[in-house]
Design a protein around this ligand. Structure first.
Ligand code: SAH
Length: 351
């Protein structure tokens, strides 16, 4: 049997049912068998926007250059990416920024927040021409300079807890053992937290780790200036079970093979918005990814790229469609910016 499944079954037998957040943490980041610890899943199990087109990272690079200028071109700042995958977005961002403002990268202290050894190695390869360093958490990044931060498809993998409404109140969904397999059960206790109004059987998800990280980003930006872009699939205030497992571009059973599939939830942007506002940050959006990329003139950039590489016309058109069309990534994916409120906002958002 899958060694991680055995480990989780043993834990559940010894200590009783575990939360979904605990299960996600083990399945994704167990130091030996965790999904992200063992491998580079990009392309094989799922594909992300920076891997679809170089234009994605380039436009983000240009918007950070604009934000840097708007904040008086600080001589030193932290340029941070949370969960940088293969490092593609950061490489595209830096290349585009260098074209328009060669001194941008020189002022940047580039920190990649990554826990996966396999992906750190991929990032080192993609960014070999740049001085970058790694941190395991945002707390390990210096907080003595303005912060410019990007997180694409990072928050969706953070551990989530689920609660199910009964006539009496909310019960946490736990993971237990039944006949040698892992299965969901409901905690008999009523949850002590205040949760929204709902009818029986509705599910509500909470990502405490995500809200805590956003609060930290917002607090740093408010005190040191800067800007952050958070891009992910998600919704703005929603009840519902969005927990899912993906392997080889297909949905699969999240309990069957822990450590072998990506586990995610849809990000609840309403809680992230609240967490940032609580720190007195200015929050822009969330808006749909399609609208954001259109406002940054993705089609103009695509035309330029097609002129430079006419043989790639069809491929470039398909990539732009994938990123912006509401039938693909255009509306499920949302973009939210966190700003200090003293400087202009971020390009791409309505004024
Ligand atoms: N941003 C990339 C990759 C998204 S996949 C892209 O758009 O292509 C999620 C990324 O988050 C991976 O790099 C994964 O290793 C990293 N990750 C997952 N959990 C993490 C955690 N708790 N702390 C830091 N990085 C994490």
């Amino acid at each position: 049997m899958n060694p991680l499944k055995e480990k989780i079954l043993r834990l559940v037998r010894e200590t009783g049912p575990i939360t979904l957040a605990h299960y996600m943490q083990m399945a994704l980041l167990d130091p030996k068998h965790g999904y992200y610890v063992k491998r580079d899943p990009l392309g094989r199990d799922f594909i992300t926007a920076p891997e679809v087109s170089q234009i994605f990272g380039e436009l983000i690079g240009l918007s950070f250059v604009q934000a840097w200028e708007d904040r008086g071109r600080p001589e030193r700042f932290c340029l941070v990416e949370l969960g940088p995958g293969r490092g593609t977005l950061m490489a595209d961002l830096l290349r585009a920024a260098a074209k328009v403002r060669p001194d941008f990268a020189a002022a940047a202290d580039i920190v990649l927040v990554e826990v996966s050894p396999a992906l750190r190695a991929a990032q080192a390869r993609a960014l070999q021409d740049h001085a970058v360093r790694w941190a395991s958490a945002l707390g390990d990044v210096p907080d003595d300079a303005p912060l410019f931060l990007i997180a694409n498809e990072f928050f969706d993998v953070l551990p989530a807890r689920q609660f199910v409404r009964s006539a009496e109140g909310w019960h946490e969904r736990m993971i237990a053992e039944r006949d040698g397999t892992l299965t969901f059960v409901l905690s008999p206790e009523i949850a002590a937290r205040t949760l929204p109004q709902a009818v029986p059987n509705q599910v509500f998800e909470i990502q405490d780790a995500a809200s805590a990280i956003v609060a930290e980003i917002a607090a740093r930006i408010v005190s040191r200036s800067g800007a952050a872009l958070i891009i992910d699939y998600g919704h703005f205030a929603g009840l519902g079970d969005t927990f899912q497992a993906v392997k080889a571009h297909e949905y699969c059973d999240p309990m069957e093979n822990p450590g072998e599939a990506d586990l995610t939830v849809h990000v609840d942007f309403a809680s992230l918005f609240e967490a940032a506002r609580h720190e007195n940050a200015q929050v822009l959006g969330p808006i749909n990814q399609g609208a954001f990329l259109d406002a940054l003139c993705i089609r103009l950039r695509a035309e330029r790229l097609k002129c430079a590489a006419p043989e790639r016309r069809t491929e470039i058109d398909a990539a732009i469609d994938r990123l912006t069309n509401p039938a693909h990534m255009g509306s499920l994916f949302k973009v939210m910016a966190i700003c200090d409120g003293r400087s202009p906002g971020m390009p791409g958002f309505p004024c």
